[in-house]
Write a protein that binds this ligand. Sequence first.
Ligand code: ANZ
Ligand code: ZN
Length: 816
Amino acid sequence: MNSEYNAQEIEIQAQKYWTDNKSFEVVEDPSKEKYYCLSMFPYPSGRLHMGHVRNYSIGDVISRFQKMQGKNVMQPIGWDAFGLPAENAALKNKVAPAKWTYENIDYMRTQLSQLGFGYDWSREIATCHPKYYKWEQWLFVKLFEKGLVYKKNAVVNWDPVDQTVLANEQVIDGRGWRSDALIEKKEISQWFMRITDYADELLDSLDALDGWPDAVKTMQRNWIGKSTGLEISFNRSNADALKVYTTRPDTLMGVTYLAIASEHPLALEAGKDNPKVQEFIEQCRTMETSEAAMETMEKMGVNSGLTCTHPLTNKEVPIWIANFVLMGYGTGAVMSVPAHDQRDYEFALKYSIPMLEVIKPIKGEHDIDQSAFTDKGVLCNSAEFNGLNFDQAFEAIATKLQGSSLGEKQTNYRLRDWGVSRQRYWGCPIPIVNCSSCGSVAVAEENLPIILPEEVAFDGVGSPIKKMPEFYETSCPKCGGEAVRETDTFDTFFESSWYFARYACADNDNAMLDARADYWLEVDQYIGGIEHAILHLLYARFFNKLLRDEGLITHDEPFKNLLTQGMVLKDGAKMSKSKGNTVDPAEMIEKYGADTVRLFILFAAPPTQDLEWSDSGLEGAHRFVNKVYRLVNGFIEDSKNNSIGSLDNLNKDQKDLRHKTHQTLSKITDDMDRRHLFNTVIAALMELSNTLSKFNNIDESSMAVRQESVNILLKTLSPIAPHICHYLWNELGNTEAIINEPWPTIDKSALVQDEVQIIVQVNGKLRAKLMLSASTDKATVEAQALADENVIKFTTDKTIVKVIVVPNKLVNIVVK
Ligand code: ANZ
Ligand code: ZN
């Protein structure tokens, strides 16, 4: 054995052993408990970054630990390989997106291996490969047949110079990223998935996800945004009633105007003979319509000149057109209550519309001249409803309006159907053929996959397949007539919504999923960034339910436990290329070895918290790895000339080391398993190695205790720093590799530190020292103290007033 630690040599050796022995390749084994550990797969951008290293180190420790628990562990990896960056790189470097992507995958696969992650490479998937995306095309066809996907018009960003549709991230300050042209909104026909059909289930089944962080569940709930309210009709003379959706029917008597979206049919009607209205509608067309933009922009509007009738008072109410009303939510019309809604309040002030206060706080006062009172309270100025609270008023007003057919209870969701069409090239082709007589027709199953041509000239002006007749010219699957293929591709969230299931049977070319999926699912531990807390997780949960309803799997949810890891920071800011504060993992691995990098990243912070990069921290981790190396080397040297005895008949020092060893084991077992606090695991192992390196006795019993401690140290460190542990374990003369070793068992008897020293005082003066078993009860301790010869000398002929026993420490006898 080399006296110097050589990370490179050791790491290559260990990795070769794992590859040659297929250490992480698993098959279904019903006799064992299965454990499926999944880290979010990377986008093959070219190189791993520290965020990847962190994500995958956490996943690897959990996987290796669970394997040591005797479970059948699957830890797969793959590539989220479609997406915009490949197109941008293609433009910049004049290389086809496919070639760029596959080359990146090859490079990053090597990087992952260098870090020693225990992946089952036989299950590797790349979502840009037809073997993979064939099955999502197949599923889309099934969903098309079921009516779970449909086509409708939706707005896109249109670049009039490049004649192309841009993704949101390609629009910078309202201009095209390449052309700098002012971007226009354009309506085109796109495909949607009916995720709203599953809104209730997606919401309700969150309750059962005990292994998810509450924060993530809250974000999902808010995104789905279920609300219950009333749809209320405001009648108009000689026209259809105007319907509004409200969650606050208790404020109905405070309505002083109605507000409608600029795209509302009534607004368009009012615009016909009102140039001011017309102008406002035009103005709204170029405004940003995202919800975030809506929140912050200045509230503006125009009086439509139309009116309607209040359903309770029959008074005339003006109808305004306002830029803050969304056409896509509720009815696209709102009943405005300026006294109790801040938005309505500001709008009313701006346009001098009256306010009517109809809700009073339950306790205290509110000054309506300052702001709207938006809390729930007690009704006032509301005729027969005065004095009612929110719930009572909701019911009473609902009943009254239902009676006159002017109101109905309604549930609304913030969640919209998912638009999956993208006008991009580097994505999965949508398997639909458009026929002028039959409409949209699905491609027949036997003609799947529709392969995306990879040999393309990519000039960035529109998608190349939109200019390739050899791709889009086809015949209609239904009538056989001339037809054209869909040239749009799927949103790349489509691929990442079901990959977790495909890993179970990645080699199946005859079916999307098979029985193996049910063996491995659900994922026992999913690990990834908080940035995916909403969309990715929601879509994956949605797909899980689609796959279940297709009869392909049986579980209701994909991910049993979710760990969202914190960010990697440098100088307090997130490490990122744009900030120029990145640290390249490859360099660090070359300098210190993978074990040091893994150890540092797991030691610097608990997995869920942000981690500050520190060069000195990395060096500290390196020192610890070196220390373990020397420590084990020292033991190996000593064991050459000294025999190793048994663990019976130990002296105090030997018992203390055993105690320390098993106490450490007990603590880290819990931190590994339940709490995932790898930082405290490492801290405890550092402490154990300190103790161990100071214990150099070479008698038979000491050697036995040292051996046990070294073994436990290496086994428990092996999920974190697997290479060095693999090497040292072999050097210790073991024939079985450490990767096949079970997690060590705690010896409960070593946990009780049996002999403790107890000080005995008489009137505060030391009179004796007793050695007693730590488990001795109070009465016995007291009796033993009083029976001590020296103590008797100071207590005879005296009256014992009090005896105070501090367990395992002290007995104080007070005499008079
Ligand atoms: C009257 C009212 C009075 C309201 C009040 C609130 C406070 P959630 O909970 O998200 O469902 N609203 C309805 N449709 C809208 C649209 N298309 N665009 C913008 N706002 C719309 O929100 C429901 C509330 O949002 C409704 O209740 C409505 O304003 C507004 F003191 O009605 B409310
Ligand atoms: Zn046809």
